[in-house]
Design a protein around this ligand. Structure first.
Ligand code: NI
Length: 167
């Protein structure tokens, strides 16, 4: 496993829609292992491959006290409701923003054995992470979803972004 540096806002890899994974093989499983390590080191609860510079549609989610899992080629197939949330991102260190997310989210994807899975969550951090990480593989960041620039808040001290809920 290799820890890979996190890419930050301004890096074009975060803005390119990532490529679909055509075959789930050992190279993808190695990527997932690297992403998982990099996510935990940065104290995130989710990470997408473009955040370590890899333009593939691969996401890892690691909720506190739960086993991490991968989503390959994730697509949000159902969402409902709206709620206001506070959000951060490993690629936008030192900031938090408030934005509107769905209450219930269902994602269809492949797992790391290439089997089709569905992950559904409602009203919790996982539902938020499913939307946040699927946005990443589409080249979107949460800052794109703010209603106003004033919804973005700089944390003090500058750079102290590592806390629960950053993904
Ligand atoms: Ni993020």
């Amino acid at each position: 496993m290799t820890i890979r540096p996190i890419r930050y806002l301004g890096d074009p890899v975060l803005r390119r829609p990532a490529k679909k994974v055509s075959r789930v093989d050992d190279s993808i499983r190695r990527l997932i292992a690297d992403m998982t390590e990099s996510m935990y080191l940065a104290q995130g609860v989710g990470i997408a491959a473009p955040q370590i510079g890899v333009g593939l549609r691969v996401v890892v989610i690691g909720m506190p006290d739960e086993e991490p899992f991968a989503l390959i080629n994730p697509v949000v197939i159902k969402r409902s409701g709206e709620r206001r949330l506070d959000e951060g991102c490993l690629s936008v260190p030192g900031y938090r923003g408030s934005l509107t997310r769905s209450i219930a989210v269902t994602v269809k994807a492949l797992d790391e054995d290439g089997r089709e899975i569905r992950v559904k969550s409602e009203g919790d951090l996982l539902a938020q992470a499913l939307e946040h990480e699927t946005d990443h593989v589409n080249g979107l960041l949460y800052v794109d979803r703010l209603d106003a620039k004033t919804d973005l808040v700089k944390l003090e001290p500058a750079g102290a972004h590592v806390r629960d809920g950053d993904d």
